[in-house]
Design a protein around this ligand. Structure first.
Ligand code: CNA
Length: 304
């Protein structure tokens, strides 16, 4: 993934919430593109808001907070990532009303796919079927050793992550200890091992800047772009490519709707509904006479 941006100018085909509601009622292949904003109501910070993850990283003294998720930085010093990774560790069983809405679309046979940039795996907690979800940037659900490729379920790393410790691969730990010893003593050939600091380190299977996206992203979008009859982007600043490119890949006649706290000015949406996504989606569901299965839904719906 990369920080490249591009935009396409298109002529919006409509511009009211009522028209969006009407389209949603008729749509059969809704593509929902989600970002960190759909999980913030659970206390998981997004990246770029004023209370977001990047604003909390000033103490690390990085030139750019995105370096925490840069694969070269990780290789040089994985302890930086592991000093803050607990901030984005997914909660156990919860999901938000917005995730519940995506599940509802699936139950109504309207969900073509949910492309999520999130790594928190909350789509699974909401019960959205695996084949309906593309985890564009991977997730914490599994982890891999950067040296030998040993794989393990992500939760095996959680104790280390919660304690800000760097998790080490069981198959590489002996050799790593030797390398670390040689590094400390600054003698012998072992002290010249490239990326010695990350030798035998386990990394959650999330996509860092500089890494390729899981192949499922390319395979699915190729198939989905011509089927999609409504695009809904929610809780994303659309600043990370190639996922941001999805907006450009969908044929320009297909209605495109944004639900976000702030406008996304570098893309042209038919409707931008600005606000917190949970009450916004409750408002939309009220208009449709739909109901989301979620413990907070009645409260949110009454406030919407
Ligand atoms: P971002 O750039 O931080 O943008 C999030 C957007 O959501 C911003 O425009 C916010 O204004 C908006 N927002 C925040 N809260 C709400 C809300 N309640 N309702 C509506 N809008 C809201 O994050 P993106 O997802 O666009 O960037 C992609 C990155 C973020 C991916 O690589 C992710 O892996 C990464 N990320 C994921 C998580 C997670 O998995 N929960 C958390 C933090 C970052």
């Amino acid at each position: 993934m990369s920080k490249v941006l591009s935009a396409r100018r298109r002529i919006p085909s409509y511009n009211t919430i009522e028209q969006f509601v009407e389209t949603l009622e008729k749509a059969q292949n809704v593509l929902v593109l989600t970002g960190a904003g759909i999980s913030t109501s659970l206390g998981i910070p997004d990246f770029r808001s004023s209370q977001g993850f990047y604003s909390q990283l000033e103490h690390l003294g990085l030139t750019d907070p995105q370096e925490v998720f840069d694969i070269d930085f990780f290789r040089e010093d994985p302890s930086i990532f592991y000093s803050i990774a607990k901030m984005i560790l997914p909660p156990d069983h919860s999901f938000t009303p917005m995730h519940g809405f995506i599940k509802l679309l699936e139950q109504k046979g309207k969900l073509l796919r949910n492309y999520t940039q999130n790594i928190d795996n909350l789509e699974a907690n909401a019960g959205i079927s695996t084949e309906k979800v593309v985890q564009c940037h991977g997730s914490f659900a599994s982890a891999t050793c950067v040296t030998c490729g040993y794989k393990t379920p992500g939760e095996n790393l959680y104790a280390d992550i919660r304690s800000s410790r760097v998790p080490i691969c069981p198959l590489c730990s002996k050799k790593r200890a030797e390398i670390m010893k040689a590094l400390e003593a600054e003698d012998g050939p072992m002290s010249y091992v490239p990326y010695a600091e990350s030798y035998g380190v386990m990394k959650p299977d999330i996509t860092f800047f500089g890494e390729a996206l899981p192949s499922r992203f390319k395979n699915c979008i190729r198939e989905d772009m011509s089927k999609c009859d409504l695009l809904i982007c929610v809780g994303t600043s659309l600043k990370v490519a190639p996922v941001s490119e999805v907006v450009n890949l969908i044929p320009s006649h297909v209605p495109q709707v944004l639900i976000n706290k702030y406008p996304v000015k570098h893309y042209e949406f038919d409707v931008s509904i600005l606000g917190f996504c949970d009450p916004v989606i409750a408002h939309i569901c009220n208009k449709l006479g739909w109901s989301i299965e979620h413990e907070d839904y009645e409260r949110i719906r009454n406030d919407a």
